[in-house]
Design a protein. Structure first.
Length: 165
């Protein structure tokens, strides 16, 4: 059975024929659209490595069936910078050493962008840690991640800017 869906991925319209209705957004992004910045960690909704924004909301792409998101607007790590200009969250992760091996980093950054856009990040490190708790880091770079989200939150405020200016 073939199913056709249309997605906007990082601002670009993509029309896709699915040959399997069980394909997840994560596998679609990585294997069909060659957007491998979104990582597959646990593949069962427990690590957050696959976090993307769908219609502005954070989700675990490994738990999302592509067929259920026909018409959705998807933002992945590949779409957050504006040409050479890093997104403020990306720049803050670099400035605060918010990573070591980098495997979890795309998911962390997408989750942070979502958290800030939700207006729930605030300045409080405890709230930020709670808001980012779905994103695990095996390297334990949590202190830098929290500082990075704090700094990006100051720059972005409660604006709902998702892409770099
Ligand atoms: S790969 Fe999706 S939550 Fe771990
Ligand atoms: S930086 Fe290595 S898993 Fe987070």
């Amino acid at each position: 059975m073939n199913l056709s869906i249309g997605l906007t991925v990082n601002g670009e319209r993509r029309d896709i024929v699915l040959d399997d209705p069980r394909v997840t957004l994560l596998d679609l992004l990585r294997e069909r659209l060659e957007l491998t910045g979104t990582k597959k960690g646990c593949d069962r909704g427990q690590c957050g490595a696959c976090t993307i924004l769908v219609d502005g909301k954070r989700i675990n792409a490994c738990l999302a069936l592509a067929v259920s998101h026909d018409g959705a607007d998807i933002l992945t790590i590949e779409g957050v910078a504006n040409g050479e200009h890093l997104h403020p969250v990306q720049a803050a992760f670099i400035a605060h050493d918010g990573f070591q091996c980098g495997f979890c980093t795309p998911g962390q950054i997408m989750s942070a962008i979502g958290l800030i856009a939700e207006g729930h990040a605030g300045d409080d490190s405890e709230r930020i840690r709670e808001g980012m708790s779905g994103n695990l880091c095996r390297c334990g770079a949590y202190a830098g991640i929290t500082e990075a989200v704090q700094e990006a939150q100051k720059i972005l405020g409660n604006t709902r800017t998702e892409r770099a200016a």
